[in-house]
Design a protein around this ligand. Sequence first.
Ligand code: NI
Length: 180
Amino acid sequence: MAILPIYTYGDAVLKKVAKPIKKVDDKIQKLIDDMFETMAQANGIGLAAPQVGVSIRLMVVDVSCVKECKHIPPMVIINPQILETKGEVLMEEGCLSIPGVREEVWRPEIIKLKYRDRDFKERIEEFDGLVSRVIQHELDHLNGELFVEKLDSKTRRELKEELEAIKRGEAEAAYVLAEK
Ligand code: NI
């Protein structure tokens, strides 16, 4: 396994709509292993393939480090599609691609998700709480969107300097960042 550098705010790969996966070959299996290792090393709970520079519809999620989510096993989510949502909730988010920035974001509370797992088996499952939140955040990455784009204009103005600095490659993180 290998630690992959994480692409940050301003990098073109984070703005692209990622491509659907047709089958899980050895290359993708290895990418999944590397993404889990990269996420764990960065203390992340979700990571989308575009964040490691690969524009395909794949994410890994592992919230088991959070006390109330200990029972939830790590997940591989391929070609996700939200079928239904319920409720709306405000929750703080951060992003490994935007080091140091954390803000509260409104999103649906419960999602019904169609996706394929690591064996490319189709699944339909309902998620709520933190897992629902992480999946929605990572799904945005697959559509070339970042959580800071969901913030109101005042908050975005306040973050402008910080985001510009990340864009220039001045971000610091306790994990490996891709070079600008
Ligand atoms: Ni993110």
